[in-house]
Design a protein around this ligand. Structure first.
Ligand SMILES: [Zn+2]
Length: 273
């Protein structure tokens, strides 16, 4: 086959999301010679501060958190061999219902069209064949994830560039396995108090299963660069081997396709090479 250059763009909400949900595909496709572009929409200021201090608590300095998380993001990109990192720099909106949702400059209050125009510029610049983002619920309802979804879909519509677009997902069968492993390891695993909308999808609704287990060490290393965030420590407690077993298969729903590649498929670039 003639030499060709392929490009993958992943659009994420916060520093660390690139590692948990797409660390495997970013590492694998970089190793295969694909140009990888990570777009991180927010600055992560509502994350934990140095020493685990929580947002809103005394001593939580958003500016210091931003600086720390930018450095972590760059280290994660180095671990995953991301070709280009682009940050949009919107203020992290915090969890749904937090007062930070409505602060000026928050990603959540930014008009979709305005942020989508900036992302569309990046899409025109890098010409990704494949774009990956979250589903319309941002997977679990975080406002910045929902907004990342909205601006990505708007930017794709504006540019008409990518041949394929995917939303990240998790097979529901994996959640059961996850709970079992957590119990085995004695990791604290709090069941949510309120009923949650059901996360993830049944296996037969997942179009794309990418085996990234060979890149488990890189994915784990990328996540470890974000160890300042308590929700990541949860995963790090698994150790690299169990983490790879559990998180090594990355799954997606294909929502745009101009290639006609049959589903289920095992490659985001199926039909393009
Ligand atoms: Zn996030």
């Amino acid at each position: 086959m003639a030499e060709q250059s392929l490009t993958l763009m992943a659009v994420h909400a916060h520093p660390d999301d690139e590692a948990t949900s797409t660390g495997g595909v970013l590492a694998r496709y970089a190793a295969e010679g694909v140009t990888t572009v990570l777009v991180t929409c927010t600055d992560g200021r509502c994350g934990d501060g140095p020493g685990g201090v929580k947002p809103g608590d005394p001593g939580h300095d958003p500016a210091a958190v931003v600086t720390m998380r930018q450095a972590e993001l760059e280290a994660s990109c180095a671990a995953l061999k991301v070709t280009h990192l682009e940050t949009l720099g919107y203020a992290d909106s915090g969890m749904m219902g937090w007062p930070t949702n409505d602060l000026p400059g928050s990603f959540w209050t930014t008009p979709v069209d305005e942020a989508a125009d900036r992302l569309a510029e990046l899409i025109r610049q890098y010409r990704p064949d494949v774009v990956v983002t979250y589903d319309e619920n941002g997977f679990y309802g975080h406002p910045d994830h929902i907004q990342a979804h909205r601006i990505t879909m708007a930017a794709v519509a504006k540019t008409d560039v990518p041949a394929k677009v995917y939303w990240t997902t998790v097979p529901r069968t994996a959640f059961a396995e996850f709970g079992k492993i957590m119990q085995e390891l004695g990791v604290e695993w709090a069941e949510p108090d309120e009923p949650q909308p059901q996360l993830g999808l049944p296996d037969d609704e997942i179009s794309t299963w990418v085996d990234t287990r060979a890149y488990g060490a890189q994915k784990f290393e990328a996540l470890a660069t974000h160890a300042s965030q308590t929700e990541n420590i949860f995963f790090l407690q698994l150790g690299q081997e169990r983490f790879t077993e559990l998180m090594g298969m990355e799954t997606f729903v294909r929502v745009r396709d101009t290639t006609g590649a049959p589903v289920p498929e095992d490659d985001l670039f199926a039909g393009l090479r």
